[in-house]
Design a protein around this ligand. Structure first.
Ligand SMILES: Nc1ncnc2c1ncn2[C@@H]1O[C@H](COP(=O)(O)OP(=O)(O)O)[C@@H](O)[C@H]1O
Ligand SMILES: [Mg+2]
Length: 304
């Protein structure tokens, strides 16, 4: 994890429901405990930072979540408006341009613009300065959309860099893309579960990130690991058909054991498949009491 201390931007993605938001929050706690000022940015999500950190709902303003941790829930149209104001520097001009209904429908119809509004804003926060000239945040953690949408989001700056003529949009996309490609400054964190489908998606995602986009993948975080209860021999025994009838009191226990041993088998196979990838992995335990409390997040952050 020490290498992460020097990063300015991490893009956290993975299949829906694998624990992206949980991992983002745990990472934030870890980095904050090491003295980093961390911004957690969510993408127009039914955000959960407020529940996890016990604060009021997080909207499109940056708010404190915990010591050294801030949060924002980026809303594309608000982010576009902020961007417009930054470029046009005049409210009147801004209203004339951005509030114009033709311009608005153009924005809605332009693929990638809303994605860029959020990714560009998250990146822009890495450039923001405090009054004393230091960086306002040491690192921005983007709790990004799930796999396919996350990839689409990352494709946008590259398209802008490749086809948009020089100008402000292009200048920012150039700078953001340079940062995203620099493994010393940023990286993608792929969250997954030790199960078939999430591992399939992880393998595919890595192919696109490293092959097509040439972006550094910082870590694979394998979340919700089960502690194995059974040895390989025991699993082989448990896979055999039950030799007990349903009325037998042992039946339910053996059936539960068989289900658990099946999950352990899938976990072992999934880990073996992830082992073929050349990306460092971190394993986080499944917390049987749930991962919705600050204590649970602290437990996960200790394991990072
Ligand atoms: N290690 C874990 N142990 C137990 N529950 C977890 C763990 N990680 C995540 N969860 C739970 O799984 C659900 C999905 O997690 P979440 O972080 O919201 O995923 P995502 O952001 O990828 O959709 C949540 O209810 C969360 O509390
Ligand atoms: Mg989430």
């Amino acid at each position: 994890m020490n290498s992460l201390l020097d990063r300015r931007f991490l893009f956290v993605t993975g299949k829906g429901g694998v624990g992206k938001t949980t991992v983002t929050a745990a990472l934030a706690l870890k980095l904050a405990s090491q003295g980093k000022r961390v911004l957690c940015a969510a993408c127009n999500a039914k955000e959960r930072f407020s529940t996890l950190f016990h604060v009021a709902p997080v909207g499109s303003e940056v708010v404190p979540l915990a010591p050294n941790i801030w949060g924002v829930n980026m809303e594309p149209s608000v982010a576009m408006a902020e961007y417009g104001m930054m470029i046009l520097k005049s409210r009147t001009l801004y209203h004339a341009v951005f509030e114009n209904r033709y311009v608005r429908s153009f924005f809605r119809a332009t693929p990638g613009l809303y994605e860029w509004a959020m990714l560009g804003k998250a990146w822009w926060h890495t450039t923001e300065q405090a009054p004393d000239g230091s960086n306002r945040f040491d690192i921005v953690l983007l709790d990004a959309p799930a796999t396919g949408h996350g990839l689409d989001m990352l494709r946008v700056p590259k398209v802008i860099v490749d086809i948009v003529p020089p100008g402000i949009l292009r200048r920012d996309a150039d700078r953001a893309w340079a940062m995203f490609q620099d493994s010393k400054q940023s990286g993608v964190v792929v969250v997954t579960l030790p199960e078939d489908m999430p591992v399939n998606e992880t393998i595919e995602l890595l192919g696109s990130l490293e092959g097509e986009l040439k972006l550094p993948v910082e870590r694979i975080i394998v979340n919700s690991m089960l502690p194995p209860l059974f040895s390989q021999e025991e699993r082989n025994e448990l896979i055999k058909p039950l030799d007990l009838d349903h009325g037998d009191p042992g039946h339910a226990a053996v059936a539960a054991g068989a289900r658990r041993s099946h999950r352990e088998r899938v976990q072992a196979q999934s880990l073996a498949r992830l082992g073929d990838l050349r990306v460092p992995r971190i394993y986080l335990p499944h917390l049987f009491e749930g991962a919705e409390s600050l204590d649970a997040l602290r437990e996960l952050s200790r394991r990072l």
